[in-house]
Design a protein around this ligand. Structure first.
Ligand SMILES: [Zn+2]
Length: 127
C-alpha cells in the first residue's frame, strides 16, 4: 500500500483541481484548505469501497467543499458569466460522473471544467 495507485492518483488530482478553483476565487485560506483535506479523507474511504467511482471524485470533492463553504464563507464559486442580477453560485454537473463542469443554471451554460475556473474568470469559456 506504499505506492501511489490509481485511487490515490485520482484523489490527488481531485484535491489539486478543487484547490486551483479555490485559488481562482481567491478563497484559498488555511481553513478552506482543511475543508478540502477533510473531503479527500472522506472520499478516499468512499472510493475504496467503490473503485469504479474514482473518476467521479473531483466532482464530489468540489461539491463537498462548496457545501462546507456555504456554511462558513458563503456561496462559492460565484458565477463569472452573468454580469447583472443577483450573485449566484455555479453548480457541478454531473453531480456524480466523470469530467465534472461548473455550470450556471441561470444562463444555462457550462462555465469551466472543475479545476479550470481560473481560465473562465473573464467570462467566456472555449468549448
Ligand atoms: Zn450565472
Amino acid at each position: 500500500m506504499e505506492s501511489i495507485g490509481p485511487l490515490e492518483q485520482s484523489l490527488h488530482a481531485a484535491r489539486a483541481r478543487v484547490l486551483a478553483d479555490l485559488a481562482a476565487g481567491e478563497v484559498a485560506a488555511a481553513d478552506v484548505v482543511s475543508m478540502v483535506e477533510d473531503s479527500v479523507v472522506q472520499r478516499r474511504w468512499w472510493v475504496e469501497q467503490w473503485p469504479e467511482g474514482a473518476e467521479f471524485v473531483a466532482g464530489l470533492v468540489a461539491q463537498d467543499v462548496q457545501d462546507a463553504l456555504l456554511e462558513t464563507y458563503g456561496r462559492w464559486p460565484l458565477c463569472p458569466v452573468c454580469g447583472s442580477g443577483d450573485p449566484h453560485a455555479l453548480e457541478v454537473e454531473p453531480e456524480l460522473g466523470p469530467d465534472p463542469y461548473w455550470v450556471c443554471h441561470k444562463a444555462g451554460v457550462k462555465v469551466a471544467a472543475v479545476g479550470s475556473l481560473g481560465t473562465a474568470a473573464g467570462g467566456t469559456f472555449p468549448s
